[in-house]
Write a protein that binds this ligand. Sequence first.
Ligand code: G
Ligand code: MN
Length: 360
Amino acid sequence: MDEHVEFVLEKGAPGMVMPPRRKCRAPFDPDEHHAVAPSAPAAVKAARSAAAADPGRARAAARESKAKHPGALRFHSGNVTVLAKRRLLLETDLRRAIENNELTLFFQPQFDIADGHACGVEALARWFRSDGSVVEPRTFIPLAEKTHVIGALGAWVLKQACETVKVWRTQRSDPVTLCVNVSAHQINKTFAKEVERSLKGTGFPSKQLELEITESALISDAHAIIECFRHLKAMGVRIAIDDFGTGYSSLNYLSRLPVDRLKLDKSLVHNLTTQWKDVAIARAVIELGKELGIAVIAEGVETERQFQVLKDLGCLQVQGYLLARPTSQEKVRAMIERPWGGRNMRSTSKDCAPGISNAS
Ligand code: G
Ligand code: MN
């Protein structure tokens, strides 16, 4: 057996019994993990003493195991522990970051292809650490999801975004739709109530808020999520399916869920100029949206050629680096007041695409 071993077992794993509490000397949270495998007393003994010697490491290892192998009995080597330890540190930092306002919201505008009118903004969190480094959401969101920090993080993003965007107006002085990403891990019985509280607390109109959930999240726990989103819909909140076209694309939830918008995934958009099959899929999604009365926005539009293909396919809305990168609230607020964010247009009367010199 590895010298640096931790014994971890999710509570309630099949075939295992919990030890009586008084006999369980390992000093970590009993709700979270650890139990005894009666058939392996020696292993348990060794693992327990290792865990008792370094409970922080044991807890981190348990979390690692729980995320990857729920319900399993696992032994961790030192290597895994290094990763788990790093994650534990990051988790502590992330909790502190939320409390200390180290998180900032950036916004990325969305535009109507027909005339460049800004139709929405997507709120995206950035974590600026005190040492000057920036942590991208693709690093800290999965971490937040695994460690339950996601609830606090999601609540912060929603409240902050509503507070910031409520006075923003587009060039036609209509209010801008605010899109906020929601993780499946945030959704529980109280989620709709929490959203309602944020809307009331900030005075943000519910019909201007669009919550984005990924397709894969819908596969994992469709029933609970659909229930919750029905409540949200009844409150007037809009619903979008993020990264559409990459998950299992079970179309069945489109008829069960009150979806307002599909976000065509950036990987599909990326391949539009090289893969005829992806063009066919994009065309099908755009047509499907039209049939169902659901808006379709293409995300991750990076080149003029992609833009042109989308326009030819009848896509009506775009978001991506070609038009604007996610940026600070001051910059994006100025952007949405002008067509195409104020970028130079290579416009003709028929063709109104952004100029190549403007990609930043
Ligand atoms: O999963 P979701 O679609 O919410 O992802 C949004 C992420 O995509 C953000 O991190 C944002 O910075 C990034 N993003 C936005 N526009 C583009 C783009 O044009 N290209 C690429 N590669 N990423 C983009
Ligand atoms: Mn999104």
